[in-house]
Design a protein around this ligand. Structure first.
Ligand SMILES: Nc1ncnc2c1ncn2[C@@H]1O[C@H](COP(=O)(O)OP(=O)(O)O)[C@@H](O)[C@H]1O
Ligand SMILES: [Mg+2]
Length: 522
């Protein structure tokens, strides 16, 4: 506990030195007690005249979180996805938070590789470069390996040294801080701060095992090996461990660079519609999709293939969700609202007593205005969002996986529109959905029945069942934004809470606060 307090002290110092609280207090009118707290802290702000007011608030917030290191960057990124907790205004400010930190040195990188992969494997690496990209959790180097006699260019992603330990220490202290705030400010209970911090801890800990990325890449590659124009880089397992991930180096251009792509005679309009089609196909056909499809994670290689990287966040859809998704999107494209309503009922996603015509009418109210809009404004992702909002009113529980899909769809469409603003989402999506629906014979009713009696068996690497299980669990947390009851994490969370309550009961809380107050200010 003393150690936690010490780390809390260090966090307090970081906070006090940074600009974050200043900006945060603008968004949340603090309680009196918290106000006093902020004012004490702001004494230490005013001592520093570093604040550059030419820089936007958004940037200052990002910069200060960034300066506080990995834990706070992750916290900021996580809160950006949770407007329900911190409000739309603040969460959209956090969306631009960059995941960048100065790189660690090449010699540290070498030490990690040597320790994880062994001396011999390390010695077989050729031309290990200085870091080419550095983010909060890991950084990437370029190198060459001898793969059964062929020299191959590879990218080597390496976790930051001691990141796991440091992150867990800081996050445990933050949890203690959340607990203190919840104990003191009764109203803050509704924010579920402890749960939020705990959730972040669970998710980030999984991100910090690169075998999880590797296993995901493997499965993704297997699923898509016959998809023309799409290529998942190969993973080199002999050069992969918890802290090190080795995969093919991509000779190509980021999908961000529309002009460079065009100068290489790549048809960017086609890349735009292909990207949407591949993504949809992976979702409805394989039920396994890349859920972090921003521009930084997609390349177009020298032979014009779309190449994704960064397989940390992948989404899964079970058989029923896949079918459901294809049917509803296709139903909307055909403007057959009754069909869409029937699918909802058949899948058991809406209570039986909801009249199908009422639901159909509500769906029409979403669908029809879309058809009046110009092609440029039509978005499948936005449509799904509206759909979930409406079905929520009919007491339909939106599945976390579908939410994740919807969010990614908005991103994918955004990337495509940057390549070609006139991409027609409906025309592009239709053939993929139509073909898939034609090919699969299961009507939605029977899938539902089989799903009730037996759960889906997912393809996974036999060597890593545990990693993948945990990964899937984390993805569910991430998409739903909560820790499901009856899970191991839920019990762990409760244990943590009782630990902290015991701690509070043992300690003279006033003394504790005094210490923290004093420490925060200096
Ligand atoms: N296989 C690769 N080939 C070429 N560049 C890569 C490769 N993998 C990563 N990079 C470079 O490193 C950057 C960060 O890699 P990424 O896996 O996206 O990590 P992060 O988790 O930091 O986003 C990428 O944006 C890209 O510039
Ligand atoms: Mg990335």
């Amino acid at each position: 506990m003393i150690k936690k307090l010490f780390i809390l002290f260090k966090i307090g110092r970081k906070l006090a030195k940074s600009d974050a609280l200043n900006i945060l207090s603008k968004f949340h009118k603090p309680q009196t007690l918290v106000k006093v707290f902020f004012q004490i802290l702001s004494v230490s702000f005013s001592k520093k005249n570093e604040t550059d007011f030419n820089v936007s608030e958004e940037e200052r917030l990002s910069n200060s979180l960034q300066s506080m290191g990995t834990t706070f960057i992750k916290l900021g990124q996580f809160l950006a996805t949770r407007p329900d907790i911190i409000g739309e205004g603040l969460s959209s400010q956090l969306e631009t938070l960059q995941d960048k930190l100065p790189p660690f040195s090449l010699s540290e990188a070498k030490t990690i590789i040597k320790k994880d992969l062994g001396e011999e494997t390390f010695n077989s690496l050729l031309n290990l470069s200085e870091p080419v990209a550095a983010a909060s959790i890991a950084q990437v180097h370029k190198a060459q390996i001898n793969d059964n006699g062929t020299i191959k260019d590879v990218a080597i992603k390496i976790l930051r040294p001691n990141i796991k330990k440091k992150f867990n220490e800081e996050i445990d202290s933050l949890m203690l801080l959340a607990f203190i705030v919840e104990s003191l400010v009764k109203k803050s209970k509704r924010l579920k701060l402890i749960e939020v911090v705990f959730l972040l801890k669970e998710i980030t800990n999984l991100e910090m095992d690169l075998r999880f990325d590797a296993a995901a890449a493997n499965e993704y590659s297997e699923n898509t090996k016959n998809d023309v124009g799409f290529h998942v880089p190969q993973i080199y397992w002999n050069f992969t461990s918890e802290n090190v991930l080795t995969l093919d180096w991509i000779e190509g251009v980021s999908i961000r660079e529309t002009e460079i792509l065009q100068s290489k005679n790549i048809d960017t309009d086609k890349v735009a519609s292909d990207l949407i089609q591949h993504f949809l196909r992976h979702a409805v056909r394989d039920g396994f999709f890349h859920a972090d499809m921003h521009q930084g994670n997609i390349f177009v290689n020298n032979i014009g293939q779309i190449v994704p990287i960064d397989f940390r966040i992948m989404g899964r859809l079970d058989k029923l969700s896949k079918r459901f998704l294809a049917e509803i999107l296709f139903g909307f494209i055909q403007r057959d609202y009754k069909k869409v309503a029937e699918v909802h009922l058949a899948a058991g996603l809406v209570p039986n007593n909801v009249p199908v015509d009422d639901l159909a009418q509500a769906l029409r109210s979403i669908g029809e205005p879309i058809f009046g809009q110009s092609v440029k404004n039509i978005s499948g992702g936005k449509l799904l969002k509206q759909l979930f909002d409406v079905t929520d009113k009919f007491n339909m529980q939106t599945q976390p996986q579908l939410l994740m899909l919807q969010k990614t769809m908005v991103v994918v469409e955004g990337v495509a529109r940057k390549l070609n603003p006139n991409t027609n989402i409906w025309e592009t999506s239709r053939p993929v959905l139509e073909n898939w629906l034609k090919e699969t014979k299961d009507p939605i009713n029977s899938i539902n029945d089989t799903l009730k009696s037996s759960s889906e068996i997912i393809k996974r690497l036999p060597e890593f069942p545990e990693v993948m299980d945990k990964a899937n669990q984390a993805l569910t947390y991430m998409a739903s934004g909560q820790i499901p009851q009856n899970s191991n994490s839920y019990f762990a969370l409760n244990e943590k809470k009782s630990e902290m309550i015991a701690f509070r009961n043992q300690t003279f809380i006033g003394l504790l606060l005094l210490v923290i107050f004093v420490l925060l200010v200096f």
